[in-house]
Each structure stands twice: as C-alpha cells, then as structure tokens.
Design a protein around this ligand. Structure first.
Ligand code: ZN
Length: 262
C-alpha cells in the first residue's frame, strides 16, 4: 500500500477544508459557498450555508439535498452459500447515477476526486449489530496479482480501508484470488458462477468467527457468494468432518453499490 498518501490527503482536504458538497460541487455550475461570498446580506444563503456546515459536522460529505437525492441502503438480498445457509448482501446505495460514474472513474481511471462521494456512501452502511473489533473482521474482495499489476492499485482495498475506519473493525486478508480468467462483466448468472468456482483460496484460519465480506459492486452477488463458499469449503477440507460446517462462521456481505453492470 505505497499509494496511501495521495488519496488520504484528498479525503482529508474534502473532509476538513472543503465545505462544499462533494456532489453538486462537481455537477453544478455554482456552489453555495461561492454564492455566499457575493451576497453578504442574503440570509437564506447563509442559512443554507449553515445547514451545509452542520451536515458536514455530522460526518456528511454531501449537502442534505444531494444526500436525500440518492436512495441509500437498498433492500438486502440473499444468495445461497450452502444447503440451507444464505448469505445476506447489504449495499450502501444503488449502482446508478451518480455513484456508478464515480465508481467507474475511481476504479478505471484512479480518479481520487470521486473518493469523498464514495466515502460518504460507505458511511451509510450501519455497523452490523453485535459486531466489533474483538469478534469480527472485514474481508475485502481480493484481486489477482495480474489485475493489481495491470491497474496499478486495488480500489476495493482502498474502499474497505475506509469501511474499517468507519466501523472500527479490522481488515483481514487471509484469502487469495487465484483465478485470472474472465471478467465477470457481461456473463450470465450461470456463467458467472461456473467462472467463480475455485476462484478463492483461504490461506489462513480467520482469527474470529464473524466475517464481514466487502466488495465495491454487487450485481447478482456471485463474487461474494463464491467468496463466502470458499470459507465454508475451507472448513470442510481442514476439519475432520468431511461435510461443510456452515455454523462455524457467521458470514455477512456488504457492497458499496447494488445494481446492473450494463
Ligand atoms: Zn450537494
């Protein structure tokens, strides 16, 4: 993680120095801050500015209007990871404008300007009930070395580091991605699942029983499903009992955004 400094500086600036909304600053031609400096006696503008500052002090990186314009916390959905065992996936928001554009710019063009908006979205994820630093770890969706080399940075690890800070739950990285076959993009659900068979290898025993999986975008949930299965399969291989023991781990899954990749 040699590239921590630039994005951390950007986040710090966005959080503490830049009191403009991280969304309408980008997508609107004027900002309330700019207008305020030219309308000294305009009380409504000051009132709006004050609201924006209050919103920011409440850990918001967006103004209240922009915050409410995005449908936060989609309904969670389940995927099966073993017979009778479902993995529940909760996303912070939908993979739609403006989050979709921000994720793409961040992921594919390393656009750190978009990170505060994504950070704001991550902060909408409530810490799972009963989970804390002593009994839970966050498991970021691993990438392959090939992808890391090609892309030069790992967007999911940066986002999961922010989630770790938000929840005060440590990251754990004892699982590796061993496939580097096809991108999941554009595949049917059946193709995604078969593509993901044996994609992950659990290389260490998790230190706790509660595993909070995290990925940037969940579409069908196939990647998180395969990652969850890898933990259940690892207990089947390592344990005396040849059948998977689903109750060994409590696994939950989270994503920044839920929606279609198309
Ligand atoms: Zn705004």
């Amino acid at each position: 993680m040699r590239r921590l400094a630039p994005y951390q500086t950007g986040l710090w600036l966005a959080e503490y120095l830049d009191i403009r909304c991280q969304l309408c600053r980008v997508y609107r031609s004027t900002s309330s801050l700019h207008t305020a400096s030219h309308s000294v006696i305009n009380n409504t503008v000051f009132a709006k500015l004050r609201r924006n500052i209050n919103q920011r002090l409440n850990s918001g990186l967006l103004c209240a209007d922009c915050h409410h314009s995005i449908a936060w916390l989609p309904k969670p959905f389940d995927v099966d990871i073993a017979a009778g065992t479902a993995l529940t996936i909760q996303a912070a928001t939908y993979y739609d404008y403006p989050i979709r554009q921000a994720i793409r710019a961040f992921k594919h063009h390393e656009d750190m300007i978009k990170l505060p908006l994504l950070m704001h979205a991550i902060r909408q994820l409530p810490r799972p009930h009963g989970c804390h630093s002593e009994n839970s770890v966050i498991v970021a969706m691993p990438t392959t070395n090939q992808r890391l080399l090609k892309r030069g940075f790992d967007p999911v690890s940066i986002l999961s580091a922010q989630l770790s800070k938000h929840w005060q739950i440590p990251l754990w990285s004892g699982v590796e991605r061993i496939d580097d076959t096809l991108s999941q993009q554009g595949l049917t659900r059946a193709e995604r699942l078969s593509n993901l068979d044996n994609a992950f290898a659990v290389t260490q025993t998790p230190p706790v029983k509660r595993l909070l999986l995290f990925d940037d975008v969940a579409t069908t949930g196939a990647s998180l499903q395969a990652l969850g299965r890898a933990f259940l399969d690892s207990t089947a291989v390592a344990g005396v009992n040849p059948s998977p023991t689903p109750n060994l781990y409590q696994i939950f899954a989270y994503a920044l955004a839920h929606g279609s990749q198309s």
